[in-house]
Write a protein that binds this ligand. Structure first.
Ligand SMILES: Nc1ncnc2c1ncn2[C@@H]1O[C@H](COP(=O)(O)OP(=O)(O)OP(=O)(O)O)[C@@H](O)[C@H]1O
Ligand SMILES: O=P(O)(O)OC[C@H]1O[C@](O)(CO)[C@@H](O)[C@@H]1O
Length: 445
């Protein structure tokens, strides 16, 4: 274990600094109230910042990151490590790398800062609410040593609203000083409420998020952790679909991939294994019928090449699925209609009506792409996010998440992280690459 690199006395820091909400000039532009406390002084600089050098040498101005401070260890910390009690929780759907983040947080807190008490709250925000009866688990370097080898989360997860006041009651009761929250946009909304509830009560609890989503839809983050692993796994389904399609007369593979509002997984998986003929994403409505419609295009493609592969993201073509009841999940997220089987049915009907032979194989890798262990890239990325999150929390920052944006690890205020959704830009270079790889027209209309 390396020696701690803290250079200032933590007790002194406790007296001079307050828990600091991360500020950004972008917040007022978004109509958010300006953040309040600015106790971080001149000496509060990152101890090292190698990425800054890297970016400079690539000619990108450092002040290209308006309002976001760089992540990293601070000269002064807010919490006294010997007395600090930390909580960790994972919420929402699974994502490759959740265990890596938990492990990274525990190892950094214990080996670098010498924090001794770390608690894992079980099954998402339910873990704070006594009536669910979930145990709180002690997390130690030993207990997390090899958890990165498995997918899922050793802490469990859940959906469904919980009362932030009850969560803060629990944190106070357990004298928790720092809460790390690993989850998607819903989780981060919850984390913001917890941070504000604590602040209202005058409790100095730092709430720091590590954004999680295989959909890659969190703004101000180049790429979310687990995304690369997930699309890599999804690409295997496209390869399988292609093998099936090329091995039968009139072969057609239809692959349905996750992606509620953003088609990044579908685009990247397609580019990783560029043998799909069509990609359909939530960002671009498409027409089935008519000369310019999808059905006619698929028919032509099968006629020309003898086979075709269609990749459809789960949020695409929702308007085409009729007759299924509207519903929401426990967290209030709208449950999507299942476009995959519906699209397959419509294609079959069309080929039947045209009297053309079709061998359609429908493949839905579903949870397979998000429950696998992180690949080496995501393993590196998650540990670096964990380091950044620990440094931020120990320095007293709250209501923020860590992320990597324009190749730098930065602090992002939660209101910004949930202010919008990253989506594929139909006029952008990613979609252009997809069009080049598939050869499909820009729109089916
Ligand atoms: N609008 C909200 N305000 C406060 N808390 C919320 C909100 N939405 C969700 N949460 C809390 O966050 C938890 C997870 O939310 P949700 O199920 O929406 O997953 P998520 O974090 O968005 O991840 P995923 O990307 O997998 O959907 C829920 O248990 C709920 O307590
Ligand atoms: O079945 P669950 O657990 O509700 O999660 C499904 C959703 O989770 C995600 O994987 C991540 O948000 C979505 O793409 C998908 O719609």
């Amino acid at each position: 274990m390396g020696a701690p690199i803290l250079v200032d006395n933590a007790d002194l820091a406790v007296k001079t600094l307050g828990v600091c909400r991360i500020d950004s000039p972008l917040l007022p532009l978004l109509g958010e109230r300006p953040t309040t406390q600015h106790y971080i002084d001149e000496s509060d600089k990152v101890l090292y910042d190698d990425t800054a050098l890297m970016i400079s040498s690539r000619g990108v101005a450092l002040d290209d990151l308006p309002g976001f401070e760089p992540a990293g260890p601070r000269r002064k910390i807010y919490f006294d490590p010997s007395k600090t009690r930390v909580g960790i929780v994972t919420c929402g759907g699974l994502c490759p790398g959740l265990n890596n983040v938990i492990r990274g947080l525990v190892l950094e807190l214990t080996s670098h800062y010498r924090v001794r008490r770390i608690f894992g709250f079980r099954n998402g925000y339910q873990g704070f609410i006594a009536r669910y009866g979930h145990d709180v688990v002690d997390l130690t370097p030993e207990s997390v040593a090899n958890i990165d080898e498995d997918g899922g989360t050793i802490l469990g997860s859940s959906r469904g609203q919980q009362d932030p006041a009850e969560i803060v009651d629990c944190l106070s009761r357990m004298n928790i000083n720092i809460l790390f929250v690993i989850g998607g946009d819903g989780t981060l909304r919850g984390a913001g409420q917890i941070a504000r509830e604590a602040e209202t009560r005058g409790e100095k609890i730092a709430v720091v998020g590590i954004p999680k989503t295989i959909d890659n839809d969190i703004p101000y983050i180049d790429q979310s952790f687990g995304f690369q692993t997930a699309f890599g796994k999804a690409a295997e389904s496209i390869r399988v679909a292609h093998a099936e399609a090329t091995s039968a007369p009139g072969g057609l593979g239809v692959v349905r991939l996750m992606g509620r509002h953003s088609g990044f997984i579908a685009c990247y998986a397609t580019l990783a294994k560029s043998n799909a003929d069509v990609v359909l994403i939530p960002e671009l409505p498409f027409k089935l019928e008519g000369d310019g419609g999808l059905l006619n295009y698929v028919r032509r493609r099968v006629a020309e090449r003898g086979h075709a592969v269609v990749v459809v993201a789960e949020g695409a073509g929702q308007e085409l699925v009729v007759g299924q009841p509207e519903s929401t999940d426990a967290s209030g997220n709208r449950k999507l209609h299942d476009i995959g089987p519906e699209l397959s049915r419509r294609i079959k009907e069309y080929f039947d009506a045209e009297g053309i032979e079709l061998n359609l194989k429908y493949i839905d890798p579903s949870y397979v792409i998000r429950s696998v262990p992180a690949n080496p890239y995501d393993s590196v990325y998650t540990i670096r996010l964990a380091h950044a999150a620990v440094h931020a929390a120990m320095s007293g920052r709250t209501e923020m998440v860590v992320g990597r944006w324009r190749r730098r690890f930065i602090h992002i205020p939660i209101p910004l992280a949930i202010s919008q959704r990253n989506q594929v830009d139909p006029a952008g270079d990613l979609w252009m690459s997809v069009l080049e790889a598939t050869g499909q027209p820009p729109r089916f209309e």
